[in-house]
Write a new protein. Structure first.
Length: 265
């Protein structure tokens, strides 16, 4: 597994360094993939265009335009890009950290900001600009984005959320009801559903499916298990349903995923 510093896989189309910040925009080809890697410095990633699936130790994340991902230092992940590829903007903050930024970058999370489209458009526009004010305008746009993310992060993570996440991760094959999880959290089920969606960028059920697909990927690496067995082991009673969910979350069928692993080895 590769350790990266202030760099990403791929060739940046734009790269700017100013006042301790580094901002780059990098395109990725359709159908391509990035191997497991981690960065030696925390950073933010904006999904500017396209779509990809990010794999990590917890669950898969469906990364679409408008999503902001916070990657803490040493966060281990891999990416698989959809047919149209993607363009990502990476922001390394360097010494610009304060308490809010340190909290934001302290763990892996996904955010959808109220003014994401406007902020992303400003950053992309100023990355390409060449006039004398471009550096100042880019710096201001990035800091506004970071401030918005810090505020959103502070508002979005209720104190009970970690208890619910721990419950889901402890046994991804369990089927706790929304009422059970709400009782664990000490909130009303509808409040839990809304707050979880806002905090994690996905529903409770979809988050749990991601955990099960992560189990399935590990099982598919072992040739002794049939795909039908893997589907059952991952908590899917219907193999066709398993295949549909697997493809939606990873961009591959279970069979193609297994073949790719076999060819890589």
């Amino acid at each position: 597994m590769q350790h990266l510093q202030r760099a990403n896989y791929g060739q940046p189309a734009q790269l700017r360094q100013l006042a301790g910040l580094q901002i780059s925009a990098t395109p990725y080809a359709g159908g391509s993939a990035l191997p497991w890697h981690e960065h030696d410095e925390a950073y933010l990633c904006l999904v500017a265009a396209g779509r990809y699936t990010q794999q990590s130790s917890g669950s898969d994340v469906d990364c679409q335009p408008g999503l902001l991902l916070a990657h803490p230092q040493g966060h281990r992940h891999a990416n698989r890009f959809g047919p149209s590829g993607a363009r990502c903007i990476s922001i390394f903050l360097g010494d610009a950290s304060n308490d809010g930024v340190s909290r934001l970058l302290g763990e892996h999370r996904q955010l959808r900001l109220p003014e994401a489209d406007r902020l992303f458009a400003r950053i992309e526009r100023e990355l390409c600009a060449t006039d004398d004010a471009a550096a100042l305008a880019l710096h201001a746009a990035v800091l506004e984005l970071v401030a918005s993310a810090c505020r959103a992060d502070g508002e979005r993570r209720p104190a009970w959320l970690q208890r619910v996440l721990d419950r889901l991760h402890d046994d991804p094959l369990a089927t706790p009801s929304l009422h059970e999880l709400a009782a664990l959290a000490g909130v009303h089920p509808s409040h839990l559903a809304r707050s979880f969606q806002r905090a994690q960028g996905t529903s409770v059920g979809e988050y749990q499916r991601g955990l099960r697909i992560a189990l399935a990927r590990k099982a598919l690496a072992e040739e002794r298990h049939s795909i039908a067995d893997v589907a059952a082991m991952a908590g899917f009673h219907d193999q066709s349903h398993f295949a549909r969910v697997f493809r939606r979350m990873t961009g591959e069928t279970p069979r193609d995923y297994r073949h790719r692993l076999q060819n890589a080895s």
